[in-house]
Design a protein around this ligand. Sequence first.
Ligand code: FEO
Ligand code: CA
Ligand code: CA
Length: 653
Amino acid sequence: MSDSYKIKHHGVETASNQSANLLLSEVMDARFSRRGLLKGSGAAGLAGVLSGSFAALAEAAPLPFARKPPQLGFKPVPFGFEDKVVVPEGYIAEVLYAWGDPVGIKGNMPAFKQDASNTAAEQAVQAGMHHDGMAYFPLPLGATGSKHGLMAINHEYTDDGLLHVDGMNNWSADKVKKAQAAVGVSVIEVEANGKGWNVVRPSKYARRITANTPIAIGGPARGHALMRTDADPRGVEVLGTLQNCANGQTPWGTYLTCEENWDGVFVNNSGQLTELEKRYGISAKDAGYNWAWEDFRFDLQLNPNEANRFGWVVEIDPFDPKSTPVKRSALGRFKHEGATVTIAPSGHAVVYMGDDQRFEYIYKFVSKHKYDPKNRKANMQLLEEGTLYVARFDADGSGQWLPLVHGQHGLTSDKGFADQGEVVIKARMAADILGATKMDRPEWIAVHSHKPGEVYCTLTNNSERGKDGKPGTDAANPRKHNLFGHIIRWNEANGDAVSTAFKWDIFVLAGRPDADKEEHKGNIHGDYFGSQDGLKFDNNGVLWVETDVSTSTVNMKEYKGMGNNQMLAVVPETGEFRRFLTGPNGCEITGIAFTPDNKTMFINIQHPGEPADERNDPAKPLAISSWPDGPKAGRPRSATVAIRKLDGGIIGS
Ligand code: FEO
Ligand code: CA
Ligand code: CA
């Protein structure tokens, strides 16, 4: 989801963090070092192999990739101005799974209706809207093959202008039900035949998780007084997950989906917002979804604790369609972008997470118990217990992970933290007290697939950095009015993800070399870009970067001439960015998954056809884009795209 959507439709202040944490700008000059600080972090062991996301299930077979830096072999594509997906010569991109396609439940596979007249019940067994993070799991469980698997795919939010025949006119409880059925997660079975990838239908794995699917509450917030509602007096089960942005994937074969802009569906128009509500961006107006008027669960005057039950990372077992997903509260409550999992040399599971709002923080979770490749059942509890940390980036290039532990460092009852449950529910406020560094909107986090402990995070942009009354620049966020964003990198001490100390540098400042203003020029070597968001290493050591320039800005203003949103590849050891893909009009590029052999890449095209005000007019749904179905169809559709090399080679080579 782009920035301006949050501002316009969420109707909230653009930064909820009013804490008085020390600003590093008061200490030192900005650091523009691209990679001076970081030296190689040692040989890659098991932990390194496991740190790549989908490589996670690879304990049965070694990966076939050399540990030396790869070379990019494709010819870059130019900026994109066409209503299509453009990939380099020698590659093919094919739509696999678009909004409205049946998920594949036996006996219940309604086709998409181009006029958007599918009912709420039909939508609940079809692909949701606005595909975002996703992961590929080889079938069967524990396999490492690349021709047959499951995919879990997030559906982040809805454009109600497209979702209903007449958009938001004649608003009704049925429309709310359909919208609630169009968010959440899809689990689909996919297979490659000689001609490309297909969704297997029907499939015993096919599943939709929506805003109304029962989900257990785990971790320290389970049963907490702040989690109890009239419908769930014990505070142990919540209906649904929503605003599912980026994701994670565990080595034990589960999917992590992350609740980001959940505040946007809640309303408290009592005129009295609590401190907790304010800190999380809740306001008297929702973001334009209009759920609270038809489904009182989202009216915080009537259900004051319901909002506390959102803002979590949710763990899903895609191999068991009957399993109950779990909100893993030990990982903290905020506006979660993603949840990137790595296994430390000691065997502890470590999860890196960004809180995507201006001036919010970067977190990591370290499990109490250790990963055991032979005990999936025990691994399924690893995210229940552990230590949550928040990052402080110091001006000298060092950094600290600060523990959010009840009873320590001021996280005590007199400060409003009665127990660890309250610490995780109010994680942002706990992080304020610890003095974490306010970042330029942390989005995805990627762990280097060959260097344990080397981690990258996209900071997409922050137009308010340095504005009157707002935090100024600091070493880790060195530009005022940061319209293009940057990518920050840290190396955990000893290459060990459980370390509480790290060294950091700025991997790249995005921008355009031809900008009028110095502050927008950046220092990209190669093809240029801005507002980077999706970020993932393949298991060949190539870092893939996807952009989400908001539709109110894309190819306009400071981004004029840069075309539609794009995807690039970079080998960190060389630092050269090469443009690999451009998307159709009005879209964001997001979601990245690979088959273990790295010969298929899956990406998501989110919100093709989105206008600058970010909601379509149902009378003119094709005004901006008719991707992927063409101008004779009814609506543009978000979709998962499978990309292959025509010669069957490794993507990027
Ligand atoms: Fe859903 Fe931060 O993007
Ligand atoms: Ca974004
Ligand atoms: Ca995002």
